[in-house]
Design a protein around this ligand. Structure first.
Ligand SMILES: Nc1ncnc2c1ncn2[C@@H]1O[C@H](COP(=O)(O)OP(=O)(O)OP(=O)(O)O)[C@@H](O)[C@H]1O
Ligand SMILES: [Mg+2]
Length: 477
């Protein structure tokens, strides 16, 4: 058995306070343990050799039998495992299953001599996080470990953040502390007391309605009315009467007086959701109201002033619609004078763990369950998935998982089908292609490390001039 002192997983300290004040993520522990399992000693040696660039990051443990592997898994609780699929004395996935049972949070990659897509999918379903074909190349192995390390560190940072989070640590119901969100909160704070029209732009599920409500509470106040008009649901003929109201008899079917949404929102906020869907004929009328702040109900000869704040939201590119002449330019500029753009979830991945914890605890409370946890590979997957449906998709995936999971912790298998498929595909795909420049720099760094930072020697071996070497290194990570 190799490796330094064993550590207790929960005993490492994470310093948070100083780092947080500088707006950086807190430090995390810098070493993780890895267990290599193969009945062939030569393969074990080879893998260790290939992973030697990670000596400073990893504590290595090796097992050449199933029994030894299980004992080490119990004793060390390694974060990462490379497991040979064919171990003597055990059925195909038996050892994998037993290792997972000991620690469902470990990242386990299988190594196998003969790749089959079915077996890969089966392994992932059972909880493996990757499936690599032998002979595995150093590049592939290192990429895998590098990914694990970076995910593990991000997760620990997130957990560290969580440990300093307290109840009510949200902004008007919004969760997230990424720089993009902090910037958004500060803009909302500054805008809220002063705006009369605001435009919230963002993809579906990014939280536009939450922002509109925040602008309302911090602007008009929580007791003032907040009226939602879903512009996509109102037909052109009804748009005017819905917004401005009508008098009895003003058109066929107008059997009584009707107060429009603008009047209902008086003193508060009118939320025009999906503003891009306002019928072309109604856009001019809306613009006239935004300019004059006066309404004239259908069938009335008099107009009257209404004090109301207007927040519009859209997930469509209004600028393009202006160019295509489907959205009035003057209306666009009137609304966009105060514009807030919401980031997509994949642009603020560092918030995913916090959001996940938030949704899990909301679900747990709703169903009267104890606190729920996610396996490490599920956390890892949530972090790297691209989330086309943004926060709403994450929220519904987790509430589905909470309902589906037979027992805690929640695992990949508990996620909705589409996500499970994505997780399996993700693990089965070849490593991402990286720009040549990045690879070149990485290789030069490797060679440099091998010669203890001696640049002349590295340049000589690489058969390039020292100036070229400096230039490559200077290009940044
Ligand atoms: N930052 C956040 N923190 C917590 N919950 C969020 C956050 N952003 C969005 N949500 C939740 O995600 C769901 C979708 O949010 P919301 O309805 O505001 O999205 P939207 O941008 O209006 O989407 P759409 O364009 O599809 O209407 C809601 O349940 C909301 O509570
Ligand atoms: Mg919405």
């Amino acid at each position: 058995m190799m490796g330094g002192p064993q550590y207790d997983k929960k005993s490492y300290k994470i310093s948070t306070s100083v780092a947080m004040t500088e707006g950086r993520l807190p430090e995390t522990r810098d070493r993780f343990s890895i267990l290599l399992i193969d009945d062939d000693h030569a393969t074990l040696g080879l893998i260790r050799e290939m992973l030697s660039p990670f000596k400073a990051d990893l504590e290595f443990y090796e097992a050449s039998s199933a029994e030894e592997a299980l004992n080490l898994m119990q004793a060390v609780r390694p974060s990462f495992v490379f497991l040979d699929l064919m171990m003597p004395g055990v059925e195909r996935f038996e050892l994998l299953d037993r290792l997972i049972r000991i620690d469902p949070f470990a990242e386990i990659a299988l190594l196998t001599g003969n790749y089959s897509m079915d077996a890969a999918v089966e392994a992932i379903k059972r909880g493996a996080s990757d499936y690599l074909t032998k002979p595995v190349t150093a590049v592939r192995l290192r990429q895998r470990v590098e990914k694990w390390l970076s995910l593990a560190r991000t997760q620990e940072q997130a957990l560290a953040l969580d440990s300093i989070s307290t109840e009510g640590d949200d902004f008007e119901g919004m969760i997230g502390r990424s720089p993009l969100m902090l910037d958004l909160y500060s803009r909302i704070n500054r805008i809220a007391p002063h705006f009369s029209n605001a435009l919230v732009i963002g993809d579906t599920g990014t939280g536009k309605e939450l922002v509109a409500r925040a602008l309302h509470r911090l602007g008009a106040g929580p007791d003032a009315p907040f009226v939602v008009c879903n512009c996509a649901a109102v037909t052109e003929t009804l748009f005017e009467s819905s917004l401005f109201g009508h008098f009895r008899g003003s058109f066929t079917g107008a059997v009584s007086n009707h107060k429009g949404m603008i009047e209902a929102a008086a003193g508060g906020t009118l939320f025009l959701d999906e503003i891009g869907e306002v019928p072309p004929g109604s856009q001019a009328k809306l613009l006239r109201f935004l300019q004059s702040r006066e309404i004239q109900p259908l069938g009335s000869s008099q107009s009257r002033k209404v004090v109301v704040r207007v927040v519009a939201a859209t997930n469509r590119p209004l600028e393009d619609m202006v160019a295509e002449r489907t959205f009035r330019e003057d209306l666009y500029y009137r609304l966009a004078s105060v514009a807030l753009q919401l980031p997509r979830l994949c642009e603020r991945r560092e918030d995913i763990p916090l959001l996940a914890l938030h949704f899990l605890s909301v679900c747990a409370r709703k169903y009267g369950l104890p606190p729920l946890r996610l396996t490490r590979r599920t956390q890892a997957f949530l972090l790297r998935y691209h989330w086309p449906g943004n926060v709403r998709e994450l929220e519904s995936a987790l509430s589905y998982a909470v309902m589906m999971c037979g027992s805690e912790p929640i695992d990949l298998i508990d996620l909705p089908d589409a996500l499970r498929r994505a997780a399996a595909e993700n693990a089965g795909v070849e490593p991402e292609v990286q720009p040549l420049e990045v690879q070149t720099r990485r290789y030069v760094m490797e060679v440099l490390a091998r010669f203890n930072g001696n640049r002349s020697r590295a340049a000589e071996v690489l058969e390039i001039g020292r100036t070229t070497l400096y230039r490559i290194l200077k290009r940044g990570p």
